[in-house]
Design a protein around this ligand. Structure first.
Ligand SMILES: Nc1ncnc2c1ncn2[C@@H]1O[C@H](COP(=O)(O)OP(=O)(O)O)[C@@H](O)[C@H]1O
Ligand SMILES: [Mg+2]
Length: 112
């Protein structure tokens, strides 16, 4: 299993979610975050205003998926979240050791 962590522009969330459920993703954590990348937030536009502060609002996605689905998830997030403007975000992929569905006791791929 892989954990995919992505920071995306907030207004892209619904489009990304729809595309992900379309390829078989069944669960995801979503958190409103603030962050910065290589421009340190200084020159990013958010809701029409250039952000003069160091942190720009983003949405963080966290998804644990089967190894088989991981590449497709990354490609889907990347293509749907892209605007070609700065601050489009980043995607990280980590190995996951185990998963457990609390209600049923199912583990690993079966728990996703
Ligand atoms: N190295 C990093 N580690 C963790 N989060 C990051 C990193 N780089 C960027 N982010 C997150 O991704 C968001 C978007 O980054 P972005 O501006 O697109 O990156 P860059 O300017 O480096 O191309 C940031 O606001 C931050 O939340
Ligand atoms: Mg940036």
């Amino acid at each position: 299993m892989k954990l995919i962590i992505a920071a995306i522009k907030p207004f892209k969330l619904e489009e990304v979610r729809e595309a992900l459920t379309g390829i078989g993703v069944r669960g995801m954590m979503v958190t409103e975050v603030k962050g910065f990348g290589s421009q340190s937030g200084h020159t990013e536009i958010y809701r029409g205003a250039e952000y003069a502060v160091n942190y720009v609002p983003k949405v963080k996605l966290e998804l644990v998926v089967t190894d088989a689905l991981a590449d497709q998830v990354v490609e889907t997030i990347a293509s749907k979240a892209r605007t070609d403007k700065i601050g489009d975000g980043k995607i990280f992929v980590l190995d996951v050791e185990s998963a457990l569905r609390v209600r049923t006791g199912e583990t690993n791929d079966n728990a996703l």
